[in-house]
Structures are given as C-alpha cells and as structure tokens.
Ligand binder design. Structure first.
Ligand code: NAD
Ligand code: IPM
Ligand code: MN
Length: 368
C-alpha cells in the first residue's frame, strides 16, 4: 500500500515558521514510528498571489482535492490589505473550504493544567477545561447570496446574506452529535432564533435530528450572545458547542483565550468520506498569520503541531500516536517551556519557535 499523502500549505506570516517545525515532527513519526507520509508543499494566500496573481492556483486546488489531508499554516497580512477583495489571501482559504466541502470545523479548547494561570479568567474557571466547538464552515453569511457592494438611492450599500438549508444544518448537527457520543454526551446549539429566521430553522432541524437519531445525547439551545457570556462565566458547563459559521468564528477565538493563547488552538475541517473512507480534511491552527511577530522566531508552533495531531486522529486513525504527540506538548508545558505569548512568572524564560519544537521532539523521544 502506498503511503498516505499530505499536502502542506504554509501560507503567510508565521505560517511558514510554524509549519517548518511541524515538518520536523512529521519526520520524527516517519523515522521513529514507521508512519511515513508522502508530503508535498504548495502556495496559498499572499504567497500564492505573489507568484500567480491568485491566492489559490487551480493546480493547488486540484492537489488539495486529491490528497488524503491538507495541513495549512495561516494566510493574510497587511501587505495584501489593499488588494481587490476577490484576490485577498483569505479568499484562498475560503475557496479550499468551500470546494472541498469541509462543512464541519472542529475547534477544541482544552486548558492544559500548566497554563491555567495564563488565561484571562481565574484558574478555577478554566482548569481542566475541555470543550469542542463545532462550527459550520461552508455556508451561512460567509457564502450566502446576494452579496456585494451596490449603488442604491445615491449611496452604496454593503450586503451579505445569512442562508442555511435544512440539509446543511442536518449534516453539521450529525457531526456534532457523533462527536458528543465519544465525549460527554452533551451538545449545546447556539443561534439567534429570537431575531433570525435562519436561527429558527437551525434550532428546529438540530432538535429534529436529535429526536430522530440521537436520543442518547442531551441537547440544549442557547442564544449565541448569551452563549458568549456563559463561555466567559463558566465554560466548563459545555461539552460540545454546535454553531454556525460566523458565530463559530467569534466564539472559537473567545474560547482560545480561555486556554491561555491563540497560539495553542488547533482545528480540523472535515467533509464527507472519500472513496478510501477517510474524510475530506484540512487541518490548521485557529490563529492567523500574526504579522506583528512574523519573522522573529517568536511564534508558538503548538497550535499547528496539535493540528497535525488532529490529522493523525481524524484522517489516519492513529489515535494512540495523536495521544503521544499531545502528551509530549503537555509535558514541555509542564516543564515550564514558554514561547513569548505564554510568558508569565513561572516560565523558564522565553524559548523560540524552534526551541519549543526541539523540546517537543525530546519529549517524543522520551516517550518511546
Ligand atoms: P492573528 O491570529 O494573526 O493574531 C492575533 C494576535 O495573536 C496577534 O497579537 C498575534 O501575535 C497573536 N498570535 C497569533 N498566533 C500566534 C502564535 N502562534 N504564537 C504567538 N502569538 C500568536 O489575527 P489577526 O491579527 O486578526 O489577523 C492577521 C492576519 O491573519 C489577517 O490577514 C487575517 O485575515 C489573517 N487570519 C488568518 C487566519 C487563517 O489563516 N486561518 C485566521 C485568522 C486570521
Ligand atoms: C478563521 C479565520 C478565517 C475565517 C478567515 C481568515 C477567512 O478567521 O479561520 O477563523 O473567518 O473563517
Ligand atoms: Mn477566525
């Protein structure tokens, strides 16, 4: 059998910096665990625009469709702020998500014990936190029509449309219920059914899926604004949070800070199973290209490294190896290693992006 294939798209800003460290981790699994991937690399975002005049070349799109999994760093940056909307770096990422039909975005927020004091919330509120946000990723206001900037009555009007079909809600709800079955058995669905028709439909369909096929799951509904408040007040009340594309974007950044730093949070974007049974999949950190620290060796590589751990778990059925990698990360944090985003009183002093990965590789060696 041929090796599983991985397409790596480092992107912009700190994307290439953190991805260089992930490649060393991937190589470690090849050398020490016999887990060898056929790795190829390509351009996305501003890097692709600089080369091809488009943030995602058609050939890259075709390669992404053909591989077993895609690993992406980050896209965007101030250099590209003035570009026409259609060729902005972020459009490349959105095209990948849409054309691969990656409708279920899994964004876990776990608070490692060693970092409980880095959260903006009190230790007792976040210690032991382990929640999973399931964000719908291919529809809603990000993609709904009509959209654009139009002339109307002598002035311009900017329009975006929140739109969800029953089928789109049904399939992401099932993804959330399936995950909840392997976790705490609870799903809290968030929308604004009090002011949005799409929210009313969302609530109805999610409830119907639960009542038809997931009666073992405890389902609750919350307005997304109240959900944001509850996420700050007592996040441990949640197990799986199911929500739409835009609310999920906001809630997952908020959840990131509960865990200490945006530089810690991985994500998996999953679609339907391919012919080989693996889901269509793209893995990426939740953070962006961090232009303020790019090129300085300060970026925390953990979010991207943990995204590869999610690939091991969700694409390659290597849950035990994913556990091994996550345990190595937990160990170096417990030893006090900190990139600058995590620096507090207890750390041993800041380590660089490379230094953090070095320590994780040592911990991996020690795990054998
Ligand atoms: P950002 O996530 O890039 O940065 C927010 C803050 O978090 C910055 O202070 C940054 O230094 C810090 N940070 C982020 N990741 C870090 C890491 N790994 N280690 C240490 N610190 C880290 O968000 P932003 O500044 O709002 O956006 C910058 C650019 O990135 C924009 O062009 C935006 O569109 C893009 N973006 C891309 C993605 C993606 O590729 N998935 C996600 C979010 C934002
Ligand atoms: C994210 C980012 C993206 C989004 C942007 C870069 C398109 O913020 O992955 O959270 O809004 O989905
Ligand atoms: Mn975001």
């Amino acid at each position: 059998m041929s090796n599983p294939s991985l397409l790596i798209l480092p992107g912009d800003g700190i994307g290439p910096e953190v991805m260089a460290e992930v490649r060393r981790i991937i190589d470690w699994f090849g050398a020490r665990r016999g887990l060898t991937f056929d790795v190829s690399e390509d351009l996305v975002g501003g890097a692709a625009y600089d080369r091809h005049g488009t943030p995602l070349h058609d050939d890259t799109m075709a390669r992404a469709q053909a591989v077993d999994a895609v690993l992406l760093g980050a896209v965007g940056g101030p250099r590209y702020d003035g570009l026409d909307f259609s060729v902005k770096p972020e459009r490349g990422l959105l095209r990948l998500r849409k054309e691969m039909d990656l409708f279920a975005n899994l964004r876990p927020a776990q608070c490692f014990d060693a970092l409980a004091d880095f959260s903006s919330l009190k230790r007792e509120v976040v210690a032991g936190l382990d929640i999973m946000i399931v964000r719908e990723l291919t529809s809603g206001i990000y993609f709904g029509e009509p959209r654009g900037i139009f002339e109307e009555g002598g002035e311009r009007v900017g329009i975006n449309t929140q739109r969800y079909t029953e089928r789109e809600i049904d399939r992401v709800a099932r993804a959330a219920f399936d995950l909840a079955r392997k976790r705490g058995g609870r799903v809290c669905s968030m929308e604004k059914a009090n002011v949005m028709e799409s929210g009313i439909l969302w609530r109805e369909v999610v409830q119907a899926v639960r009542d038809a096929d997931y009666t073992d799951i405890e389902l609750s509904h919350m307005y997304a604004d109240a959900g944001a408040m509850q996420l700050c007040r007592w996040p441990k009340q949640f197990d799986v949070i199911l929500t739409d594309n835009l609310f999920g974007d906001l809630l997952s950044d908020a959840a990131a800070m509960l865990t200490g730093s945006l530089g810690m949070l991985p994500s998996a974007s999953l679609g339907a199973p391919m012919a080989n049974g693996r889901p269509k999949a793209l893995y990426e950190p939740v953070h962006g290209s961090a232009p303020d620290i790019a090129g300085q060796g300060k970026a925390n590589p953990i979010a991207c490294i943990l995204s590869f751990a999610m690939a091991l778990r969700y694409s390659f059925d290597e849950g035990a190896e994913a556990d091994r990698l996550e345990a190595a990360v937990e160990q170096v944090l417990a030893e006090g290693l900190r990139t600058p985003d995590l620096l507090g009183e207890d750390g041993r002093g800041p380590v660089s992006t490379r230094g953090m990965a070095d320590a994780i590789l040592v911990a991996l060696d020690a795990s054998l």
